[in-house]
Design a protein around this ligand. Structure first.
Ligand SMILES: C[S@@+](CC[C@H](N)C(=O)[O-])C[C@H]1O[C@@H](n2cnc3c(N)ncnc32)[C@H](O)[C@@H]1O
Length: 355
């Protein structure tokens, strides 16, 4: 049994069932044994692989997206690019290759010691911070690929009488799900949530909402924008809490600390939160639509024309994974926010201006 499983069982025995958010917080970010503190989650030897490590085209397209904004901003010298949860550093490295020395300031925000080491190698001279509150107060473009899904969710279920929270209990020496009336479930107003039917699961990501508040305040004060990619949905979706270990789905309660725990991102909720914060919102669109609008296919053709057959095939497989509707093209969504003084970004089919 893992140390974290024992720790969680002890908490439940002493204090009663814990929320999914508390369980995820311990499993993912516990100081000594949390998944994101101790494991190397990414890459071919990790539990999963992400878009920048699938194809260089992903980072290059983001580099072009940033370059366009920089030109529209009349080429400011002091702007900084901030990679939220920078993984192996591949994304920021590819972005910097596109931008050359036009932009000088690169920042990673991360908590994983092993990944931070790789980021230092990938982007020499970048600054490293653990949280957004600590970065220099300058005009900024934030990038978050598979970052919002690291925040813990709370789940609720509408019973015949009221909302209950889906919690984790310890019974017969096993961690199990159980439905409880909690202080949070009491705050949910049944009438306001008329889209929810009895037994439906409702997921709310309070920490993502808080994070969107922080990024919105930052870009309103300092000027800037942010772009988020993640697997997610735009209409109510039920239970999306999941665990991945060695590229396979596993029971989320089985091995806390050794499997990645995530939930799909509710992009409409994120968009609404940003609008409430009076910033402009672009999208959500699907990843496939965005990448194609930004020229991913043209970039593929240019790379293909100078590659040998083996590389051509890799490029082809990589692009397909990123944009095909049966792969990441549709399941993955993209959304950007910008401050009112910031130019309109390219690549989106829709936008909502807050002023
Ligand atoms: C799913 S990975 C995505 C990595 C990268 N963006 C990519 O596309 O390859 C999540 C990243 O977020 C980092 N992370 C997780 N929780 C975090 C937190 N609370 N604060 C900062 N970084 C965090 C992880 O260490 C990891 O680098």
């Amino acid at each position: 049994m893992t140390i974290l499983k024992k720790k969680i069982e002890k908490i439940i025995t002493e204090q009663g069932p814990v929320s999914i958010a508390d369980f995820m917080n311990i499993a993912l970010t516990d100081k000594n044994n949390g998944y994101y503190r101790k494991k190397m989650p990414l890459g071919s030897k990790g539990d999963f692989i992400t878009s920048p490590d699938i194809s260089q085209i992903f980072g290059e397209i983001l580099g072009i997206w940033i370059l366009d904004l920089w030109i529209k901003l009349e080429k400011p010298k002091n702007i900084q690019i901030v990679d939220l949860g920078g993984g192996r550093g591949t994304l920021l490295r590819d972005i910097r290759r596109v931008l050359g020395d036009k932009i000088q300031n690169y920042i990673f925000i991360d908590i994983n010691v092993e990944l931070i080491k790789l980021q230092k190698k990938a982007v020499k001279g970048a600054l490293h911070f653990k949280k957004i509150e600590d970065i220099p107060k300058k005009p900024s473009i934030f990038i978050g690929n598979e970052f919002l899904d690291t925040f813990p969710i709370n789940q609720f279920v509408l019973s015949k009488e009221c909302f209950k929270e889906v919690c984790i209990d310890y019974k017969n020496q096993k961690l199990i799900f159980s439905h409880q009336v909690t202080s949070l479930s009491k705050t949910l107003d049944k009438k306001k949530l008329n889209q929810v039917r009895v037994n439906d699961i409702l997921e709310i990501n309070f920490e993502s909402r808080n994070f969107i508040d922080k990024v919105s305040s930052f870009i309103k004060e300092n000027n800037g924008g942010a772009i988020f990619f993640d697997y997610g949905y735009t209409s109510s979706h039920g239970d999306t809490f999941q665990a991945i270990r060695e590229n396979k789905f596993v029971n989320p309660l089985d091995d806390p600390g050794n499997a990645d725990l995530t939930a799909h991102v509710d992009f409409n909720d994120i968009a609404q939160r940003a609008i409430n914060n009076l910033v402009n919102v672009w999208g959500p669109d699907t990843q496939g639509t965005f990448l194609k609008k930004m020229g991913a296919i043209e970039r593929f053709k240019a790379l293909e024309s100078v590659s040998d057959n083996k590389i051509k095939q890799e490029l082809h497989l990589g692009l397909n994974r990123l944009i095909d509707i049966d792969e990441m093209g549709k399941l993955f969504k993209v959304l950007a926010i910008t401050s009112n003084k910031f130019p309109s970004p390219e690549g989106f089919t829709c936008g909502t201006r807050s002023s």
